[in-house]
Ligand binder design. Structure first.
Ligand SMILES: Cc1cc2nc3c(=O)[nH]c(=O)nc-3n(C[C@H](O)[C@H](O)[C@H](O)COP(=O)(O)O)c2cc1C
Length: 436
């Protein structure tokens, strides 16, 4: 498989994280090019590229940017660097090794949309990456790429790095905005969407790190050229984070539309010898699981959706046949029940209740009918929550219950047999009445 490197081009080059290293390989040339073309034409280039958001929902960036009201007003750009979806670690590598690519993408985006205030909201655990970004922002300011009247263009920008405190919900764009405003990170009711009413009630464009870091490439190549890479509905390259039961886990840049089998086996070595792929999450822990028979599906937004799952954040988690379906489902629900913000009932009750139901299977208290109830609860969570955190648990758990029903029924039977044959304490060990 021939690698195509746009974002990860020479990513391991020493010094690439510095301004000097980035400029040596052409960094900030896209910004100069962008300043020479009308602002509206930049948004058009992004639209022509077909770039879809890399944070999870896959919404077209150009379209989202065009929703922002035109004219003079306080508008904001917020880069979502929360990277909290389990299995996802691509933004971390990008920010750590090439922070200026993100910064350049943000400056171009703010110029194109008439925004003068931008924020990078980075997850609290990414201390090293936050320090690197802070140093890069200072370098960009000193070089005149950030500040007043950048390179004589008339465009001014203030860029602030904000460290989060480690909550999954703060990756959800409106929870993130609340957190950025200094409140508890709870999702907001939508509409209004952030493009109309976001940070400090002003129009706000929220984009993922990888999405914004792709902008300089699009400006350098031209939107139409970029759109030639990948498939019609999923243009360009994508950073995928591959983890779980593969021999070479890590971040890889692939052309969208590549076969999933090639990614999991050719790039990542597949599971250890003698083991097989039992299930795999194509787009982070919130995507419905696919099976070994699905490995030939093309890795792109539309094909994965047709196969019953989603590309999500691009995090592929491989589970081999040494794990039980129950174990996987329990790990998922533990995470989502813990991370639910509790603001809406279907998510708060649904995630906790699902977690308890799965524990009943393990302890031998469940009956096969519980699987029907479990499946029905998942369908009732989906589409009924304030944000999609509840769906993020219900989609994969629902798919595991549907696809591994026989295994779960056998587990229920085995666990209930185990529970009924627990040895009773011998009489001589029992504490005599009145011994205390
Ligand atoms: C519970 C939850 C967690 C999310 N976490 C992240 C995250 O860590 N990073 C991210 O970019 N998007 C995350 N998203 C998606 C964002 O809400 C939003 O769609 C994204 O930042 C938009 O950027 P994009 O259009 O460039 O993809 C999350 C969504 C939900 C519902």
């Amino acid at each position: 498989m021939t690698p195509t490197h746009l974002l990860f081009d020479r990513i391991d080059e020493p010094g690439l994280n510095t301004l000097q290293g980035y400029e040596k390989r052409g960094g900030y040339s896209a910004l100069r090019k962008a300043f020479a073309i009308p602002q509206a034409a930049i948004v058009e280039e992004i639209s022509a590229s077909g770039l879809r958001g890399r944070g999870g929902a896959g919404f077209k960036m150009g379209q989202k940017a065009s929703f922002l009201p035109k004219g003079e007003m306080a508008k904001y750009l917020v880069c979502n660097a929360d990277e909290s979806e389990p299995g996802t670690f691509k933004d971390r590598e990008l920010m750590q090794k090439c922070p200026h690519m993100l910064i350049e993408g943000m400056i171009i985006t703010t110029f194109a949309t008439g925004i003068n205030h931008a924020f990078i909201y980075i997850r609290g655990e990414y201390e090293l990456q936050a320090d690197i970004l802070e140093a890069a922002i200072a370098e960009a300011e000193a070089a005149g790429f950030i500040g007043e009247n950048i390179l004589g263009s008339g465009h001014s920008l203030k860029l602030v790095l904000h460290r989060g405190a480690g909550a999954y919900i703060c990756g959800e764009e409106t929870g993130l905005l609340d957190s950025l405003e200094g409140k508890r990170g709870n999702p907001r009711l939508k509409p209004p969407f952030p493009a109309i009413e976001g940070l400090y009630a002003g129009p706000t464009l929220v984009n993922n790190v990888e999405t914004l870091a792709t902008v300089p490439t699009i400006i350098n190549m031209g939107g139409a050229e970029y759109a030639k890479i990948g498939t019609e509905g999923s243009t360009g390259t994508k950073l995928v984070s591959v983890s779980g039961d593969v021999q070479r886990p890590g971040n890889y840049e692939i052309v969208l539309g590549t076969s999933s089998r090639e990614i999991i086996f050719d790039l990542c070595g597949g599971p250890k010898p003698g083991r097989t792929v039992k299930m795999w999450f194509p787009g982070g822990s919130s995507s419905p699981v696919l099976l070994e028979e699905d490995l030939d599906v093309a890795y792109d937004f539309d094909t994965l959706a047709k196969a019953g799952s989603m590309l999500g954040s691009g995090a592929i988690i491989v589970v081999d046949d040494t794990h039980s379906a129950l174990e996987v489902a329990q790990k998922l629900t533990k995470f989502y029940a813990h991370e639910s913000c509790g603001k809406c009932v279907p998510c708060r009750e649904g995630t906790n209740w699902t977690h308890k139901m799965l524990a009943r299977i393990e302890s031998g208290e469940a009956t096969p009918m519980d699987l029907d109830i479990l499946a029905s609860v998942q369908t009732q969570i989906i589409g009924n929550c304030l944000c999609v955190l509840g769906d993020a648990m219900a989609m994969p758990v629902g798919s595991i219950v549907a696809k591994f029903r026989d295994e779960l029924e056998a587990e229920i039977e085995a666990a209930s047999e185990r529970a009924n044959t627990v040895p009773v304490a011998p009489v001589q060990d029992a504490i005599p009445v009145g011994a205390h």
